[in-house]
Design a protein around this ligand. Structure first.
Ligand SMILES: *Cc1c(COP(=O)(O)O)cnc(C)c1O
Length: 536
């Protein structure tokens, strides 16, 4: 451990460390997991703080009718993987004392992660607050956020950790700020001096540029749930406005904030420009943990174009076999395979490619274009579920060229990002904050075909390491314009290169790896967190 680097406590609602450790839902958790792994690998003193989700996120399967169905089995593995520290802390939730057990997790080559767990009979109705990740709204969500934020700081004290920097990854952890302030007030400081003092130790990462994705709670609900944590209504309002926005609170509690890609930093600055007293929002582009996401065989052969191509063919065959086993579909490894996997939600437009059936269907019929989809809809997102149902329907229509893999997780992501030829990404710009799955594909020799949004604005060299489409256009008729742009690039550039110019394709694969491997690694990201956010 390098002792002259600041010791950072990293707070996050979810952690994606391993597919059997179902305490993650998606990109936010994968990012947090990758950060802890890179911290361990490169000796950065980071300690993770999270919640032990006994039921995890929804397990989403496709039912007989072809629709997604949510299941919530108890995630028993979790108690096998984690170690009981024997310590507990207590927080106040709606005037009731709630005990949180502290578990320690470090078996996935990750920097130590402490997970708080409310699953004790004495907690009565609050025993289940750490059951389901993102299953809580309003009061239940507040209870979960008290556990993460306030409970997290208390756990740090209980464990005697010496923390220099508190990093709130997303607004969920913002209530930690109230605890840090409360502690200072308890030593005799006034509120504003306390706030100024703790601000120096807090940094914040904002994520979603979708307005509704930024959570807020009424001050009345927060009060009722005891989330004021001894602060007054006026003080809470000063921190997070009324209603209390968790993002605004994060921006005001911290001395420095960041967006997760260059463009996203810019979008966030614009989005939050009217928030007085916020910290500066810089951009630190996400990265992925190479040991997790890049196949060893690719790393061994890096720089050797033919060997990389051969290795990629092997990984493609492994994906084809995986799909055959999972879904029974027989994809042709000699034909183009496109991958598309991410949360199923409207702005990511998973169905875009199917919009003009006269253009795309002939390719699906011949099998010259094969597409593998995966992704869960949020359990309460009916629109997202409709999207999934439509993808499943397409897969029935074209059984050997369209596939939907149910219950998207890290294992599926690993097979897909290693095995596909093309990673397709077509969000409605500028709503994709970063998008790390494309980096995973790029580093394994998969070529990105993406809208100029998120990280791809920085990564793309069109026709050299992948392709962009849409030219970054934002405005009226964007969907229609993106649609034709997609077909133009896919049908006039991607498909002809794949089938007609393999040498160029192989060169692009080599270039894809070379231009992303360092730049979009979690190592690089962590270096930047340390030099631009954590250091004073
Ligand atoms: C990488 C990854 C994500 C995040 O990918 P995006 O491109 O940001 O959507 C989500 N879920 C899983 C399982 C992943 O592996």
């Amino acid at each position: 451990m390098n002792n002259n680097k600041p010791h950072t406590a990293y707070f996050c609602m979810e952690y994606g460390l391993d597919e059997n450790m179902r305490i993650y839902a998606g990109g936010l958790g994968i990012l947090a997991g990758d950060i802890l792994k890179a911290a361990k690998e490169f000796s950065y003193p980071v300690t993770g703080i999270g919640l032990l989700w006994r039921k995890g996120y929804s397990k989403q399967v496709i039912n007989e009718a072809g629709r997604p169905e949510d299941q919530h089995p108890v995630n028993n593995e979790i108690y096998e993987h984690a170690e009981d520290t024997g310590e507990t802390v207590s927080v106040t939730i709606r005037d009731q004392e709630v005990t949180l057990k502290i578990w320690k997790l470090d078996k996935f080559d990750n920097a130590t992660l402490y997970l708080l767990d409310a699953n004790l009979p004495e907690n009565r109705k609050y025993q289940t607050i750490t059951d389901g990740l993102y299953d809580g709204f309003n009061e239940k969500r507040i209870a979960q956020e008290i556990a993460l934020g306030i409970g997290g700081v208390k756990a740090i004290r209980k464990l005697g950790l010496n923390i220099d920097i508190y990093h709130f990854n997303e607004g969920h952890a913002a209530l930690a700020g109230t605890e840090l302030i409360r502690e200072k007030i308890e030593t005799g400081m006034d509120f504003h001096t306390a706030w100024d003092t703790v601000k120096d130790e807090i940094v914040f990462t904002t994520h979603t540029p979708v307005k509704e994705g930024n959570e807020s709670h009424s001050l009345d609900s927060l009060k009722k749930m005891s989330a004021f944590n001894t602060l007054t209504r006026k003080q809470m309002k000063e921190i997070g406005d009324s209603p209390f926005s968790m993002t605004v609170a994060g921006l005001r509690l911290s001395r420095m904030s960041n967006g997760v890609a260059k463009l996203h930093g810019q979008t966030s600055r614009e989005m939050w420009k009217n928030v007085a007293g916020k910290s500066p929002i810089i951009s630190i582009t996400n990265g992925v943990h190479r040991g997790t996401w890049v196949d060893d065989r690719i790393i061994e052969n890096m720089g050797d174009t033919e060997a990389v191509y051969k290795t990629h063919q092997t990984m493609k065959q492994e994906l084809v076999d995986f799909i055959k086993e999972r879904n029974g579909a027989k994809l042709d490894p000699n034909k183009l395979i496109i991958g598309f996997a991410r949360r199923a939600t409207a702005y990511k437009r998973p169905n875009l490619i199917f919009k003009k059936s006269d253009l795309i269907d002939p390719y699906l019929e011949s099998g010259d274009i094969q597409i593998v989809f995966s992704g869960k809809a949020h359990p309460t997102d009916d629109n997202g579920k409709e999207i999934v149902a439509n993808l499943v329907k397409k897969a029935k229509e074209f059984p050997n060229s369209v596939v939907f893999l149910e219950d998207y997780n890290m294992e599926i992501a690993r097979y897909m990002t290693r095995g596909v030829d093309i990673w397709l990404n077509n969000p409605r710009k500028p709503l994709e904050a970063s998008g790390t799955s494309g980096m995973k594909a790029a580093m394994n020799g998969g070529l990105n075909l993406s809208i100029l949004d998120g990280w791809w604005v920085e990564g793309c060299e069109h026709g050299i390491n992948g392709w962009q489409f849409g030219d970054g256009y934002v405005g009226e008729g964007q969907d229609e314009s993106d649609l034709y742009a997609l077909y133009r690039v896919l049908l006039n550039e991607v498909v002809p290169t794949f089938y007609g110019n393999k040498d160029r394709w192989k060169d692009m694969m080599t270039e894809s790896i070379a231009t992303t491997y360092e730049r979009f690694s979690a190592k690089k990201m962590l270096e930047r967190y340390y030099s631009e956010m954590y250091n004073k």
